[in-house]
Design a protein around this ligand. Sequence first.
Ligand code: SAM
Ligand code: DTB
Ligand code: SF4
Length: 326
Amino acid sequence: MNAPAHIDAPNAPIRHDWTRAEVMALFEKPFMDLVFEAQRVHRLYHDPNKVQLSQLISIKTGGCAEDCGYCSQSAKHKKTTGLEATKLMEVERVLTAAKKAKEGGASRYCMGAAWTSPKDRDMDTLVAMVEGVKDLGLETCMTLGMLDDCQTKRLKEAGLDYYNHNVDTSEEFYGEIITTRTYQERIDTLNRVREAGINVCSGGIVGMGEKVEDRAGMLITLANLDEHPNSVPINMLVAVPGTPLENVERMDPFDFVRAIAVARIMMPKAEVRLSAGRQEMDESTQALCFLAGASSIFYGEQLLTTPNPENNKDMALFGKLGLSPA
Ligand code: SAM
Ligand code: DTB
Ligand code: SF4
């Protein structure tokens, strides 16, 4: 009998029909069994000793009209975070920084803007950034908020490889964190990006005070899309002083590893990125994340507005673990 068409590796099918009960059962597995299973799935599709390096730059910081409770860049939190808003960066500055990122070993450059969505007057600059970064031999990624059809098409034509837009959490918990745009609007942007032929990067945050059910719900949203996102960033909340989530209880690192492992099992081919939160994480936790199937990190000493480990520290960890950049 022929295997069903959706099955790529016999023991790790690519599925889009995950149920809440199945995913909760994964989260409830003994830690060792879960990580072992995640590593098994990981090895079917990925080199277990390679990790992809993506570097971030904030091309437009702060002053954002959205009210995401975790975010330092919302204008709503400006009084308490004290974060100054900037204008859109000049193309040359972005390209100089991208060159440095490439020399440092990054293979993808992710440009982020604190916008609800880009303004049409900014599109020429954004296009020039994509073209310039691509010419340096880097993969390009942008995260600019919601996009309309025309903007998506222009970014695709400029050569944009990936678009990052996170669902952030489960549909049920979402309203506790963000009120200014809906969960469905996020899904619509993801579908638009996918339909335009741009690779989708979508994940979320854990450690915002959500239940395990919400982590399961977020991963079900992502895995049950028509196609799995190509990249799935899993961020541990960076509790930024002055944001509404500044005092949320820090999550247990093993629970973070569990979220990585479940993401890996549910989306076997995706790049699962150990994203924000590494600055607060010890080396052993990061090693467990790699064992649980993380295949990518954010690299470079700055995320968007908060610090990230220095390159030499990351390379020292890679050396200890026998990992090399993909
Ligand atoms: N403004 C755009 C948007 O929200 O779509 C793009 C930039 S936004 C900062 C990108 C993502 O970064 C958010 O969706 C969220 O998942 C993550 N993020 C932002 N602040 C964070 C924090 N304090 N801790 C962890 N992740 C965070
Ligand atoms: C993603 O999932 N995480 C990145 C990127 N996509 C844009 C952003 C993390 C931001 C962490 C908080 C900050 O530095 O402001
Ligand atoms: Fe704005 Fe993005 Fe921050 Fe939300 S996460 S406040 S949309 S920059």
